[in-house]
Write a protein that binds this ligand. Structure first.
Ligand code: MEV
Length: 411
């Protein structure tokens, strides 16, 4: 029906029907109104050593240069031991929005007094997470002023162990809502987790010497590049317009690794971007770069990372399972660190390129084959056009590619 309504060609229909590793039954179980599946390349980034453990990191995305840049930058901190992580426990926040409390401050007091009871109620949920030592660990309250009047906001802080935890947290929030209404005399409206997972931060740090950052192995060249990277970073810190693009580069890796590993990458993106503005005057950089007293470049990332290795798509998607097996992570916390390290590395790749020869040179080298295909090149033409495009001195636009194909075919 969809094919008829949209006037799809037989090629379109075949493309949607080709199920790949996710068969029709599995796809149909995952979402509604399934008409097909879509594939994206999975590539592995190399050279990643985090806390002395070596990783091959699967990325799933359509953009060229990303896997290469992440691998290249990861290599440059190997002499200093690679990446170091310091990740929070897997604590998620569930929010209850309490309206119509006649005295918000006394409602907050009542909730604080009933915290043991409310936590016990949350943890009465029959769940593996609770059996394994997770579950609700504390509650927090705030009163906020809104267009709908004052609201008491109750946070349940839940240790999700190796799960991302959305289902358990949402269920707990719904479970305690009637008791919260009794206690406060208010009306509980929304009951839902927050993606701004400020208690579930992944932290990664890495050190790069000028020699490793350089193009030619010299300290002087490396120092000049480090200076350029710092100037690029300061631009992102000061300007939300630049920060959005800077962070997009970070997310090129974070979202791709998350997707490859069957994570809810939209939840991760929401958390990362929200944290980039959290407690600040304006939205800024997800990463931090500075020069140490010894003249080395130090990179840091601290960002919410709500991921899981049990439950969700990580368990039902066969390719996600394979990618997690390649990664070899043993906990959600470990996965969080790997994803954050990939983001930091990716960001350095973009900043280093932007601060030196510009982004297009490297990007176009890998993208030229895609452009040739888009222009209609087939078979051996693709490689020939890609090579000729790289040799073009000047802008490498799609129009140029079309002209190259036209002249190749007239030879
Ligand atoms: C492109 O996908 C990502 C970059 O724009 C990131 C950046 O500007 O830092 C290159």
């Amino acid at each position: 029906m969809v094919a008829n309504m949209a006037g799809l060609t037989p090629e379109h229909i075949e493309a949607l029907k080709a199920c790949g590793e996710l068969n029709e039954t599995a796809a149909d179980r995952m979402i509604e109104n399934v008409i097909g599946t879509m594939s994206l390349p999975v590539g592995v980034a190399t050279n990643f050593v985090i806390d002395a453990k070596h990783y091959l990191i699967p990325f799933c995305l359509e953009e060229s240069s990303v896997v290469a840049a992440a691998s290249n930058m990861a290599k440059r901190c190997l002499v200093n031991g690679g990446f170091r992580s310091n990740n929070d426990a897997p604590l998620m926040i569930g929010q209850l929005q309490i309206m119509e409390c006649s005295e918000p401050k006394s409602a907050e007091k009542v909730l604080a007094g009933a915290s043991e009871e409310l936590m016990a109620l949350c943890n009465s949920l029959p769940s593996t997470m609770v059996r394994l030592g997770g579950g609700c660990k504390r509650i927090e309250t705030r009163t906020i002023q809104t267009l709908s009047g004052p609201m008491v906001i109750l946070h349940i802080v839940v240790d999700c162990r190796d799960a991302m935890g959305a289902n358990a947290v949402n269920t707990m929030a719904e479970l305690i809502a009637p008791r919260v209404e009794e206690l406060t005399g208010g009306r509980v409206h929304l009951k839902i987790l927050s993606n701004l997972a400020v208690h579930r931060l992944a932290r990664i740090e890495a050190t790069f010497t000028p020699e490793e950052i350089s193009n030619d192995g010299t300290k002087a060249n490396g120092e000049a590049i480090i200076q350029g990277i710092l100037e690029a970073h300061h631009f992102a810190v000061a300007d939300p317009f630049r920060a959005a693009t800077h962070n997009k580069g970070v997310m090129n890796a974070i979202s791709s690794v998350a997707l490859a590993c069957g994570q809810d990458w939209r939840a991760i993106e929401a958390g990362c971007h929200a944290y980039a503005a959290f407690g600040k005057e304006h939205y800024g950089s997800i990463t931090q770069w500075e020069r140490s007293d010894e003249g080395n470049l130090i990179g840091r990332i601290e960002t919410p990372m709500a991921v899981g290795i049990v439950g969700g798509a990580s368990k039902v998607h066969p390719a996600a399972q394979a990618n997690l097996a390649i990664l070899g992570v043993e906990s959600a916390q470990e996965l969080a660190g790997v994803i954050a390290a990939s983001g930091l590395s990716q960001n350095l790749g973009a900043l280093r390129a932007l601060a030196t020869r510009g982004i297009q040179a490297g990007h176009m080298k890998l993208h030229s084959r895609n452009m040739a295909v888009s222009a209609g090149a087939v078979g051996e033409e693709i490689e020939t056009i890609a090579k000729r495009l790289q040799a073009v001195d000047g802008p490498k636009t799609q129009t140029v590619v079309e002209q190259l194909l036209k002249s190749l075919r007239s030879e």
